[in-house]
Ligand binder design. Structure first.
Ligand code: FE2
Length: 384
């Protein structure tokens, strides 16, 4: 009876702690949940049914900030912030996932506390405290920010904090992760595990965005590339954009892959319908995609066959059906990369193509309407 009372008093199950130094082969990950009260229980049951040994959050576990015009997003108070985490943690689908697998992760902007949050966010200590309480993965992150790493025999998982030290998004010379974290990251990459997974909230390899948000600062992206040239064997994971994709970047001494899974409970398609298809396939169509962009709710999976030295990756829908699949040879992550010669040329072509597609999306429709109006007016006036 006393035990039952204790359980009731505690209320929320604390979940499994991450236990290191054992072989891991099955990893699932995802981001962006619980915005505007959206839920998608099926997807959390699907993740559990896939039987990952670890599940990684890549940010926007909850949307702590509130939608309020004219500023669009404003921070919330501690009570409502905590309540959002607790409501989700108490849900049947999340309890089921917690009982199935180890869970860890990092925040992105909305669970950090504010849309597009950076180093200047005044409630960042609270954001850190609440996300670590929610994750409760047994890790000790007693430094600025919440970057961390775990080692599972020949696999290292590195989680980067792209909010705590981040310069303003409009700062062209800005840095995304801060000197302290750069020094730590280089040290982490020096260890000898065969495969290293770097997970963070923001997409790294985006060449088709005109805005400053939703990506690393350009200088930081290039700095990360240099590090990856020096320390290969890395697979990048990211979230944030509310669709899923797999990028294969040939612009390094070895091939770099980036897997993006975003939108567990909402996606660009569930929010914007066909408009999202138009933008992502016309305006943002020129990337290094392997397969299509998947615009619906999704989670990501990584399955490592240590004997065959291959990694099978997929982006799956709410019902566990793979929508993007690819097999990576671990050797491929170590190069040498035969495509590197074409890399810079590709970048220039990408930029021109992107300018053309921006023209097609934003200017061409107006030109066509103008032309049609002129033709109509001319015809109309000629008839008199
Ligand atoms: Fe999000």
């Amino acid at each position: 009876m006393l035990f039952l009372c204790l359980l009731l008093a505690i209320g929320i199950s604390s979940g499994r702690k991450v236990s290191e130094h054992r072989k891991i082969s099955r990893i699932a990950f995802g981001s962006c949940a619980n915005q505007f009260g959206n839920t998608n229980p099926e997807i959390f049951y699907s993740i559990a049914n896939w039987k990952p040994e670890i599940y990684i959050w890549l940010g926007d576990i909850i949307y702590a900030d509130r939608y309020s015009l004219p500023k669009i997003f404003i921070p919330t108070d501690e009570k409502s912030w905590r309540l959002k985490y607790n409501n989700f943690k108490n849900s049947n689908e999340y309890q089921n996932l917690m009982n199935t697998t180890m869970i860890t992760g990092i925040y992105d902007d909305h669970d950090y506390g504010i849309n597009d949050g950076d180093k200047s966010f005044i409630y960042k200590e609270l954001g850190k405290k609440l996300v670590l309480e929610f994750l409760d993965d047994g890790s000790i992150r007693d430094h600025e920010g919440i970057y961390h790493s775990f080692v599972f025999e020949d696999l290292k998982l590195i989680l980067l904090d792209v909010r705590w030290f981040r310069d303003n998004k409009w700062d062209n010379e800005g840095d995304s992760i801060g000197e302290e974290q750069w020094a730590w990251l280089e040290k982490e990459l020096q260890s000898g595990e065969r495969v290293k997974i770097i997970g963070n909230g923001l997409q790294v390899n985006t060449f088709d965005r005109s805005g400053p948000a939703e990506k690393w600062h350009e200088k930081s992206r290039l700095r990360l590339w240099k590090l990856l040239d020096k320390y290969p064997g890395v697979l990048l994971l990211s979230g944030d954009v509310h669709y899923g994709e797999l990028l294969r970047i040939p612009c390094s001494k070895h091939v770099v892959y980036e897997m993006t899974s975003s939108g567990l409970t909402h996606s660009v398609f569930s929010t914007y319908n066909m408009i999202s298809w138009y933008f992502l396939n016309i305006w943002q169509s020129f990337t290094f995609n392997v397969g299509k962009k998947y615009l619906h709710k999704n989670f990501g999976t990584i399955e490592i066959d240590w004997e065959a030295q291959i990694i099978h990756v997929s982006i799956r829908d709410s019902y566990n059906i793979p929508q993007i699949e690819h097999t990576i040879l671990i050797n491929e992550l170590y190069g040498p990369n035969p495509d590197i010669e074409f890399c810079q040329a590709d970048f220039k072509v990408l930029k021109y193509k992107h300018a053309l597609s921006a023209f097609a999306v934003f200017i061409l429709p107006f030109l066509l309407i103008f032309l049609a109006t002129m033709i109509f007016l001319r015809k109309y006036s000629n008839s008199f």
